[in-house]
Design a protein around this ligand. Structure first.
Ligand SMILES: NC(=O)c1ccc[n+]([C@@H]2O[C@H](COP(=O)([O-])OP(=O)(O)OC[C@H]3O[C@@H](n4cnc5c(N)ncnc54)[C@H](O)[C@@H]3O)[C@@H](O)[C@H]2O)c1
Length: 416
C-alpha cells in the first residue's frame, strides 16, 4: 500500500515511500510524485470551477422549471414533417419547446433549422430518444417540466402497416400508452393527439363527421384508433385536457421556405401523392401511376381532402389554447372539400411547371372512392377554418422547398 503520510519526526526532504515495510527514500521520485499530486489537485480544482461556471451546474436548465407565463410543450416526432412545422409555429408564438425524436424517420436537419432560428437558451431543446423505451420516456418527464404534449411521433404509412402490423401497433398504440403513463405520473395535464381519418375506414356516407362510426380497415388506422381508445378510457377518470385531431391528407410546407417534407428515400415507395408528384417532376421516378379511373366520382379517380400543413398546425395551436381540464375534444381537420387525384395531378403539373407523365391504371385493392371531412365542429368550437385551400398554391410552396433541397435536409443524420 502506498503511504503518502508524513510523520512529524521526518523532515520534508527525507520523506519516504513505504513499500511493504521497506523504507526507500528517493528524492527525485518523491518530487515527481508531489508534482503529480499537485497537478491532479489543480486539475480537479479547475474541473470544479468549470462545472460550477457551466449553466447546467450553477443554474438548473430552464426546461426543468415551470415558469410563469411560459408554456412548455413537448413535441414528440418534432424532427418529422408535421412535428417540425408545429415546433416552428410554437416557437414563433413564444412557447418553450422540447423535441423528442429517435430520427428513425425524421431529419436532424429540420431540428438544426429550428435551432438556428431560435438559438436563445430556454427556447428549444432536442432530445434524441425512442418513445418505445419506457425508462427513457420516464427520465425525460422527470427531468423536464412540460405543460403540454403534442404527440406526433409515429410510423405513418398505410401500405407499410399492412406489411409490418406489429411495428405499427407497437410504435403507435404502445408508445402512446407509455407517453400517457408518463404524463399521468408527472402531472402533465394537456395532450394534443395526432390521429387520422384512417380511423374511419370506408364510411358509406360523406362528408365524415366526428360522429361517423370508426371502422378502420388497416393496421395503421386500427393502431391509431386503439391509441384514441386508450386516451379516451384514461380521460374518463382523469382531469387531463385532451384534444384528438383526426387529420385528412396533409400537404404543403412552411410558406417562408424554412422547412419541408423529406421522407427517407427508402420510404418513397410507400409515399404520399405529393411526394410522388415532386419525384416525378424531378425525374427521380419516370411518372405517376394513377390507380383507378372508374370510381363513382366526378372524373372517375379517387377523391381526398387535402389539408395544408400551415392550417393543420394552426388547428393544433387553437386546440392547445382551448383545451380544458377534464374534457376531451375530438375534431376532424380537413378542408371539407374533396379533390380528385386527377385534379391533384393537374395542380401539381402547374405548380412544378413540369408536364409529368401520367399512367392511368386499374384500381388498387383497398382504396376507397371518396374521403372528405365535415369541418363544422372545429369551426364552431375552435374557431378554426382552413385558409390555404388552393391546391396549386400549396403545392407551389412545397415545390419551392423541394427544388432548393434536392437531397432533403442533406446528410445531416447523426447526432451533433
Ligand atoms: N402526413 C399525413 O398526411 C398524416 C395524416 C394523418 C395523420 N398523420 C399523423 O401525423 C403524425 C406525424 O406524421 P408525419 O407525416 O409528420 O410523419 P413523419 O414520419 O414525417 O414524422 C414522424 C416523426 O416521428 C419520429 N418517430 C417515429 N417513431 C418514433 C419513436 N418510437 N420515438 C421517437 N420518435 C419517433 C420519426 O423519426 C419522425 O421524425 C403521425 O402521428 C401521423 O400518424 C399524418
Amino acid at each position: 500500500m502506498l503511504n503518502f503520510g508524513r510523520t512529524r519526526s521526518q523532515p520534508r526532504s527525507t520523506r519516504s515511500m513505504s513499500f511493504g515495510g521497506m523504507d526507500y527514500a528517493d528524492p527525485k521520485r518523491k518530487s515527481n510524485l508531489i508534482g503529480k499530486i499537485l497537478l491532479a489537485a489543480a486539475l480537479t480544482a479547475l474541473c470544479i470551477i468549470m462545472l460550477k461556471q457551466s449553466p447546467s451546474f450553477s443554474t438548473p436548465s430552464p426546461f426543468s422549471l415551470r415558469e410563469e407565463g411560459v408554456t412548455h410543450v413537448l413535441v414528440t416526432g418534432g424532427a418529422g414533417y408535421i412535428g417540425s412545422h408545429a415546433a416552428l409555429r410554437l416557437l414563433k408564438d413564444y412557447y418553450r419547446v422540447t423535441i423528442v425524436d429517435n430520427l428513425s424517420r425524421g431529419n436532424l436537419g429540420a431540428v438544426k433549422v429550428l435551432q438556428d432560428l431560435f438559438p436563445k437558451p430556454g427556447r428549444l431543446q432536442f432530445i434524441y430518444a425512442d418513445l418505445g423505451d419506457a425508462k427513457s420516456v420516464n427520465k425525460i418527464f422527470s427531468e423536464n417540466k412540460f405543460d403540454a404534449v403534442m404527440h406526433f411521433a409515429a410510423v405513418a404509412y398505410v401500405g407499410e402497416s399492412t406489411v409490418y402490423p406489429l411495428k405499427y401497433y407497437h410504435n403507435i398504440t404502445s408508445n402512446t400508452l407509455l407517453v400517457l403513463e408518463s404524463m399521468a405520473a408527472h402531472g402533465v395535464k394537456t395532450l394534443i393527439y395526432s390521429s387520422t381519418c384512417a380511423t374511419y375506414g370506408e364510411p358509406e356516407k360523406m362528408p365524415i363527421t366526428e360522429e361517423t362510426q370508426q371502422v378502420p380497415i388497416n393496421p395503421y388506422g386500427k393502431a391509431k384508433k386503439m391509441a384514441e381508445d386508450i386516451i379516451l378510457d384514461f380521460s374518463k377518470n382523469s382531469d387531463m385536457a385532451v384534444m384528438i385531431l383526426r387529420y385528412f391528407n396533409v400537404i404543403g410546407s412552411d410558406p417562408d421556405g424554412r422547412l419541408g417534407e423529406a421522407p427517407r428515400p427508402e420510404l418513397r415507395e410507400q409515399g404520399r401523392i405529393s411526394g410522388a408528384c415532386f419525384d416525378a417532376a424531378r425525374g427521380i421516378i419516370s411518372g405517376l401511376k394513377v390507380k383507378g379511373t372508374d370510381y363513382k366520382t366526378s372524373d372517375g379517380t379517387c377523391v381526398r381532402d387535402y389539408i395544408d400543413v400551415t392550417d393543420l398546425i394552426d388547428a393544433h395551436v387553437k386546440a392547445l389554447q382551448k383545451a380544458q381540464f377534464g374534457k376531451v375534444g375530438i375534431y376532424n381537420v380537413g378542408t371539407g372539400k374533396g379533390r380528385s387525384v386527377k385534379e391533384f395531378v393537374d395542380a401539381c403539373k402547374k405548380a412544378t411547371g413540369v408536364d409529368i407523365k401520367v399512367d392511368f391504371l386499374a384500381r388498387r385493392p383497398g382504396d376507397y372512392a371518396e374521403v372528405y371531412s365535415d369541418p363544422t365542429k372545429i369551426r364552431r368550437e375552435l374557431n378554426w377554418t382552413a385558409r390555404y385551400t388552393d391546391l396549386q398554391e400549396s403545392l407551389q410552396v412545397a415545390w419551392r422547398w423541394q427544388k432548393s433541397h434536392r437531397d432533403g435536409y442533406g446528410t445531416l443524420s447523426a447526432m451533433y
